[in-house]
Design a protein around this ligand. Structure first.
Ligand code: AMP
Ligand code: MG
Length: 322
């Protein structure tokens, strides 16, 4: 298969390019596209055949369900049974990096939700993504557009690196805004909102809107969110977690906000904030794995709020702590 890359202006995507991409989705093909979190690998969420080709292209385990991307609240209502908490969060935070897990309607094929009775829905905050969903006239199932287990792509070049020859088209909308995936909240039991995966929407803003604490994701939630069981975001060389003040030995590359003593700055990626760190984490892992070193030391961000919780989740998984 030939993979075509088409540049789009993220804020004002060319309608001809969007129409071409939408035809591919309608025909059951695969299109990678930018969202505000990371690049997604999209297919018609209602087409079992198309959805199974996402799993093949990524090498993704069949029991890891996909997020269904929608362009309107009405479309979300047609996919899942919304409840009051879901309406509240959707009205406040959509479009945005927040995914809601709710009881699925029959329209969503079992392949999309990996056989679960629930489905995950989200409205992305990116004009190209929304134009594509609208033009395709369906909902788009999309995991991150990387080979399963590798760091997620935050630009089109990285998508091409992993997916060349495996997908039909890549919409190149430049570098993404956030750099880490959405926060996933399970609202199946409206009385017990559960954080399945921390991410681009900070916990504290969701809790403030709901007026209650989100339960901590734990081994119980791994059963609920199968994707969280697998090793993820891993570069080709080991990741070692570094805390400020600790001594690093041997040949290593480094990524973080503080600068360890004796670090080789040619092999270091330094960030000025947790938000910048989240934005550059995946690209940084892919850059530093190419250095001739035996490991990548990654700082453990200690911040309580903002993107730090999502960042800690991605860092610990890239280090192999599942
Ligand atoms: P990814 O597509 O790799 O960003 O992963 C999507 C995340 O959402 C994974 O952790 C999935 O397990 C989770 N997810 C998707 N659908 C569901 C669902 N129906 N129930 C629970 N978790 C889900
Ligand atoms: Mg992923």
């Amino acid at each position: 298969m030939m993979t075509v890359t088409a540049k789009v202006d993220r804020w004002n995507p060319n309608p001809d390019v969007i129409a071409e991409a939408a035809e591919i989705i309608k025909a059951g093909g695969l299109v990678a596209f930018p969202t505000e979190t990371v690049y997604g690998l999209g297919a018609d969420a209602l087409n079992t055949q198309a959805v199974s080709s996402i799993f093949t292209a990524k090498g993704r385990p069949q029991d890891n369900p996909l997020i269904v991307h929608v362009y309107s609240l009405e479309q979300a209502e047609s996919a899942v049974h919304m409840n009051d908490s879901a309406y509240r969060l959707a009205r406040t935070f959509w479009p945005g990096p927040l995914t809601l897990v709710l009881p699925s309607r029959d329209i969503i094929p079992a392949a999309t939700r990996a056989g679960l009775s629930t489905a995950a829905v989200r409205m992305p905050d990116n004009p190209t993504a929304r134009a594509l969903i609208f033009a395709s006239g369906t909902m788009i199932a999309a995991p991150s557009a990387n080979t399963s287990g590798r760091p997620s792509p935050t630009d089109a070049e990285t998508v091409l690196h992993d997916m060349a020859g495996k997908i039909d088209m890549i919409l190149d909308g430049g570098s993404v805004k956030l750099g880490i995936e959405s926060t996933v909240i399970d609202l199946t039991d409206a009385a017990r909102p559960l954080m399945l995966r921390p991410g681009g929407m900070p916990r504290e803003v969701i809790e403030a809107e709901l007026g209650r604490a989100l339960e901590v994701y734990d081994t119980g939630s791994m059963k609920r969110s199968p994707g969280t069981r697998y090793r993820h975001y891993a570069p080709d060389i080991p990741v070692v977690i570094w805390r400020k003040g600790e001594k690093l030995t041997g040949d290593y590359a480094y990524m973080g906000m503080n600068i360890p003593d004796g670090v080789n700055m040619d092999r270091a990626v330094i960030f000025s904030s947790a938000e910048n760190f989240a934005h550059g984490l995946f690209a940084g892992l892919r850059r530093l794995e190419r250095e001739d070193v035996s490991y990548i030391a990654v700082e453990w961000p200690e911040e309580e709020s903002g993107l730090a919780e999502g960042l800690r989740d991605r860092i610990s998984r890239s280090a192999g702590h599942i």
